[in-house]
Design a protein around this ligand. Structure first.
Ligand SMILES: *[C@@H]1O[C@H](CO)[C@@H](O)[C@H](O)[C@H]1NC(C)=O
Ligand SMILES: *[C@@H]1O[C@H](CO)[C@@H](O)[C@H](O)[C@H]1NC(C)=O
Ligand SMILES: *[C@@H]1O[C@H](CO)[C@@H](O)[C@H](O)[C@H]1NC(C)=O
Ligand SMILES: *[C@@H]1O[C@H](CO)[C@@H](O)[C@H](O)[C@H]1NC(C)=O
Ligand SMILES: *[C@@H]1O[C@H](CO)[C@@H](O)[C@H](O)[C@H]1NC(C)=O
Length: 423
């Protein structure tokens, strides 16, 4: 079945045609045949060897391959209250573990990534060192272990960091409770260091008691301003600001912001009333047109009344104001003065003169004045600060004249709701 040997046989066949060396040729052929079978055997052997080698190579390559993908040990958990040193997780590398001060290591101090892709040893943990182990609290005191320190809860009649001294019989009444806390003390080489939580301070006489700092008292009218716009409430370890009803504490926790009851439906004004938001509250108002003999008024807008046309020759009617407008102002208490509170203007004057005046008696004149700011405008001025809570009303009359004859007059009623507070 070997094509090479067929060629050889054919070659010899040509020779045999001569018939002379037949016997010789037969011997030669037998030898060649032998040679060929031995060649064939060795050829097959080397083929088998080659196959084996290739298989070996293949399987070793496969092994190399898996190793390359997964030649690191699994990630190690990080250490709570400690640190892991060494980032490499590949075979042969070592990782070390250290605990924070106040903790001791339990488990393997270091771990090696092994050929099996597992870590040697055990995952360590950091255990709080028991500072109480040496029984540092004397005279029946109970030791409380804390991170890197301890504190003693002394038996009755004893005091001090390690309950080493007999307590004075006249301790302040409040030695416990939210405003008094035990201090945290550490003994380092025989020296005691005591500290307090934020908002507490070591009280004068003993270093083992922390008392609350009254921030409201301490920073009352301080240089940086008051802590709170309204009221300061001291709390254990801190303080908070509070606001009167009708206000919310602002985001920064120090100021007060008026709640708009009219916008938030927190008012009980009826349908025919208008809700006026004031500082710290609200007012329900209702505009009723005035009753004046011989003149009738109709509401032309929620805050305006206009006179109906007058019968001819009815002097009482034609001398009554042409209109009443109503305005409501909400202001804070003790508003600085003088200042303009309201302006009244004539839009389309028909006469040659406009006159502005303040109506009402003494109570009104104590707080208000009216002045002209330009030809068409009058101003209602607040003359002096008003302390709230108060409600003030002022009426400004604007008269229109032509050659000293009155053509019409217009009343503006301003109601000012002064809050109780200056905010
Ligand atoms: C190979 O790594 C994966 C994660 O990368 C892991 O889940 C798996 O156990 C590892 N296999 C071996 C044999 O280590
Ligand atoms: C004001 O505070 C009250 C609770 O005191 C709260 O219900 C309300 O939503 C607050 N209003 C605003 C505008 O923050
Ligand atoms: C509206 O509520 C106030 C309290 O917020 C109360 O004093 C007043 O009587 C109430 N008025 C009516 C009409 O219900
Ligand atoms: C008021 O009206 C009545 C009747 O309409 C009239 O008799 C009277 O004179 C009027 N008063 C004045 C002051 O004009
Ligand atoms: C009113 O404000 C002034 C400063 O603007 C202040 O000096 C005065 O004490 C305040 N009055 C009251 C009653 O708060």
């Amino acid at each position: 079945n070997c094509p090479e040997s067929n060629k050889l046989l054919f070659h010899f066949h040509i020779f045999s045609k001569d018939g002379v060396f037949l016997q010789e040729i037969q011997g030669s052929l037998k030898q060649v045949q032998k040679l060929l079978s031995s060649h064939e055997a060795s050829y097959m052997q080397s083929l088998r060897n080659l196959k084996k080698k290739i298989n070996l190579l293949l399987s070793s390559a496969a092994r190399q391959n898996t190793k390359a993908i997964n030649s690191t040990c699994p990630k190690l958990e990080s250490l709570i209250n400690g640190r892991k040193l060494g980032k490499s997780h590949s075979i042969g590398h070592e990782v070390h573990f250290l605990c924070d001060p106040g903790y001791e290591l339990v488990g393997s101090e270091s771990r090696v990534c092994q050929e099996s892709l597992t870590w040697s040893g055990q995952q360590p943990t950091c255990r709080d060192i028991n500072e109480c182990a040496s029984s540092p609290c004397l005279n029946g005191g109970t030791c409380v272990d804390e991170v890197n320190q301890f504190s003693c809860v002394c038996a009755k009649g004893w005091a001090g960091v390690t309950c080493q001294t007999a307590a004075a019989s006249t301790l302040p009444a409040a030695t416990t409770g939210p405003y008094v806390r035990p201090s945290r003390c550490t003994i380092v080489q025989g020296t005691t260091h005591c500290t307090c939580e934020p908002g507490y301070t070591i009280s004068g006489r003993d270093s083992y008691t922390c008392t609350d700092i009254d921030e409201c008292e301490l920073f009352h009218n301080g240089q940086a301003g008051r802590l709170c716009l309204h009221a300061c409430v001291n709390t254990p370890g801190g303080y908070r600001c509070s606001c009167p009803a009708g206000y919310n504490v602002t985001r920064d926790g120090r100021s007060c912001k008026d709640i708009d009851e009219c916008a938030t439906r927190q008012n009980n004004c009826t349908k025919d009333q208008m809700c006026i938001n004031t500082y710290g509250g609200f007012q329900c108002v209702r505009v009723d047109c005035p009753k004046i003999p011989n003149a009738t008024y109709v509401k032309t807008s929620p805050m305006r009344c206009e006179r109906n046309p007058c019968p001819v020759d009815n002097k009482a009617c034609s001398q009554a104001p042409n209109s009443f407008s109503y305005h409501y102002l909400a202001v804070v208490s003790n508003l600085s003065a003088p200042r303009v509170m309201f302006r009244v203007s004539a839009l389309r004057p028909i006469g040659d003169t406009l006159r502005f005046s303040l109506l009402g008696g003494r109570p009104v004149r104590r707080h208000f004045t009216v002045q002209r700011s330009d030809r068409l405008t009058g101003e209602l001025m607040l003359a002096s600060p008003v302390q709230g809570p108060a409600t003030l009303e002022a009426e400004v009359e604007m008269s229109e004249l032509e050659r000293r004859v009155q053509l019409g007059k217009y009343i503006t009623k301003v109601t000012m709701f002064v809050s109780q507070y200056e905010f």
